[in-house]
Design a protein. Structure first.
Length: 181
């Protein structure tokens, strides 16, 4: 009986401690719910949402888009986050955005503007409007499965993990509950 009880307690502890999301503050400026998955650790692919509040209480939203080391990402011009069943989508233009070759430099203060001779980029950071955040929230909360497509000379498309989708929803809800009263 005691062994069963300890086993159940251990399972509960592990399930709580191994949750796929947690609140992170980057450089005391960026706030978002960061996902932690095996795939993210090695490839940093998918989408992550952060917000930044300056001293004047103005908010800026940042969308991090990572690929699986997509060749010719430097030529990509559009990104879509979409409901994989209905194809309801929101489009982001990838002109004049930061594009990084480092999978760990998803921090606004560490922009890396890449010269054209680099042809295998891994991520981009895009500033998005509050209206886009509302539309993104609508898609994320209504979809059973959410996809990300990056296109240009070629395209890459994959389904976002449920932890990434939940993290973006939680980030928006955290902002609404804490700062948007």
């Amino acid at each position: 009986m005691l062994k069963k009880f300890l086993f159940i307690i251990t399972i509960l502890f592990l399930s709580i401690s191994c949750a796929n999301y947690s609140l992170k503050v980057k450089d005391d400026k960026l706030t978002g719910i960061q996902t932690y998955t095996y795939a993210d650790e090695y490839y940093e692919y998918g989408a992550k949402l952060y917000f930044q509040i300056n001293n004047n209480k103005e908010i800026t939203w940042w969308l991090y888009i990572g690929t699986k080391a997509m060749p010719n990402f430097i030529y990509a011009n559009m990104a879509y986050i979409f409901d994989s069943k209905t194809y309801d989508k929101i489009t982001f233009t990838l002109t004049n955005v930061s594009r990084n070759i480092s999978t760990t430099a998803a921090v606004i203060n560490e922009y890396a503007y890449i010269p054209s001779q680099v042809n295998c980029l891994e991520n981009a950071i895009i500033q998005i409007s509050e209206a886009e955040v509302k539309e993104l929230y609508r898609i994320l909360t209504n979809a059973k499965s959410v996809g990300l497509r990056i296109s240009g000379r070629e395209y890459q498309e994959f389904i976002l993990s449920s932890s990434q989708v939940k993290a973006m929803i939680d980030t928006i809800e955290y902002y609404n509950n804490e700062f948007n009263n």
